[in-house]
Design a protein around this ligand. Structure first.
Ligand code: ATP
Ligand code: MG
Length: 186
């Protein structure tokens, strides 16, 4: 439903703080936004961010830094303005080589044989699915043994939708009573 993305991410950030302290990792939540109400499937988005953060923790050594960044971007889609939300998770861990980077969103794909001690290799495939269900995109940039950034882009408006999709989407919009208390939402 309708919820504040800033609060959503700051809660996730907080839930990872004790792990960060145990691992002596500097975990930063970085945003200029004070509030951003949006309409997402929060359960799915939670799994996406949770997986990106747990990956960052798995592949970043003691003393490292993990940064969650949230920002908004304005772009044109079919000559209409559309706002989009960008969540970035950056770590300065082991990185991913060019040889592997195109495969990491595949089901069960793991760079290292020993990585399967740490998971099943499904997290990113699921994350991609969940982001695309919101008509978003997930991409990765990495420098081996230096850093990795996962970038999640989620459209906030409906400019990118076809007329047919807009009508279909109407059925999923919140009822008026769900919006009580959110009176300053456009
Ligand atoms: P699961 O998420 O199912 O518990 P997993 O974390 O191994 O297992 P994915 O989240 O899909 O699976 O990640 C796939 C692989 O991509 C990882 O096994 C690892 O090799 C590589 N990878 C993912 N995130 C990072 C990162 N931040 N730094 C370095 N390598 C990464
Ligand atoms: Mg994972």
């Amino acid at each position: 439903g309708h919820y504040d993305v800033v609060k959503f991410l700051s809660d996730i950030h907080e839930s990872f703080l004790s792990l960060a302290e145990n691992r002596q990792i500097n975990l930063i939540f970085d945003t200029n936004l004070s509030q951003l109400k949006a309409w997402f499937d929060w359960d799915k988005l939670d799994k996406v961010v949770f997986n990106l953060l747990s990956n960052a923790f798995k592949f970043t050594p003691t003393g490292g830094t993990i940064r969650i960044k949230l920002r908004k971007e304005l772009l044109t889609v079919k000559s209409l303005w559309e706002e989009q939300l960008i969540i970035e998770v950056t770590d300065n861990g082991k990185g991913i080589s060019q040889k592997h980077i195109n495969h990491i969103f595949d089901r069960f794909y793991q760079v290292d044989k020993t990585d399967n001690l740490k998971g099943t290799g499904l997290g990113l495939a699921l994350s991609k699915e969940f982001v695309e269900m919101h008509r978003g995109r997930i991409t990765v940039e990495s420098i081996e043994s230096k850093k990795t950034t996962f970038i999640v882009k989620l459209p906030l408006g409906d400019a990118h939708l076809t007329q047919e999709e807009k009508i279909k989407d109407e059925g999923q919009k919140p009822l008026v009573q769900d919006l009580l208390g959110y009176s300053n939402t456009k």
